[in-house]
Design a protein around this ligand. Structure first.
Ligand code: GTB
Length: 216
């Protein structure tokens, strides 16, 4: 059955791969499943047709026949459970890979998203400059401990897993701020993820989708 992924009609990042469809595209490439893309405009995202698929009016959405899933983490977990390659066969290792997905989405993504909020939604508030160092410090504390844990390992827990895929996607969001470069082992970890052929295919596909004139 055809898989359809709903993405931004035109991503505000111009195809830099920072919107959350890229992590799902990456997972689809890792498990070698073809998919079609449905683009949705910002106004259409808030209309009933899209809200029926994604109650918060966001992307990405995964559909396969009558089956619909939202939340990038849930979509990636579904793909990882259904197809081989993103979760280890050993039961405990599998649970730990899923634990890292949750860690990425709960413990690491939240402070990183706070930086986006502080910059873009609250940047003009009179208290914004005072708050910013606190926001940045919270990210750095998390990244320092994550880097200590990763050490010189290639991936978080043995072989590359859905846990690494989600963690690397989350860490990519701090690249533009320059903060990631203060953590060279994490920067190298992200670069290892980005060097995977499946990631490259996902990145190129989303770039081509967002820049049809450049790739025509
Ligand atoms: N928890 C949900 C998930 O993981 O699927 C979060 C989904 C989400 O935040 N989607 C964003 C969205 O639809 C797109 S990815 N936003 C529109 C809205 O809420 O109205 C976030 C994003 C947007 C833009 C950039 N960018 O331009 O760099 C990067 C990331």
């Amino acid at each position: 059955m055809t898989i359809t992924l709903t993405c931004f009609e035109k991503s505000p990042d111009g195809g830099r791969g920072l919107a959350r469809d890229t992590r799902v595209r990456w997972a689809l490439e890792e498990v070698e499943q073809p998919y079609e893309v449905r683009g949705v405009s910002f106004p259409a995202m808030k209309q009933a047709e899209h809200l029926a698929r994604q109650p918060f009016g966001q992307i990405p959405v995964f559909e396969e026949g009558e089956f619909t899933l939202f939340e990038s983490g849930a979509i990636i977990l579904h793909l990882a459970e259904r197809y081989g390659g993103l979760l280890p066969p050993d039961a405990h290792a599998r649970s730990r890979a899923i634990m890292w997905m949750f860690a990425a989405l709960n413990s690491v993504e939240n402070p990183i998203l706070d930086l986006q909020t502080a910059k873009f939604a609250e940047g003009d508030k009179p208290w914004a400059a005072e708050r910013m160092p606190l926001v940045v410090d919270r990210i750095k504390q998390r990244l320092a401990l994550l880097q200590d844990h990763l050490g010189d390992s290639e991936w978080l827990d043995g072989e590359f897993s859905a846990g690494d895929l989600v963690m690397i996607s989350v860490l990519q969001r701090v690249k533009p701020s320059g903060i990631l470069n203060e953590f060279p082992k994490l920067a190298a970890y992200v670069a290892r993820g980005e060097a995977r052929p499946a990631y490259k295919r996902a990145y190129e596909a989303q770039y081509a989708y967002n820049n049809p004139e450049a790739t025509a």
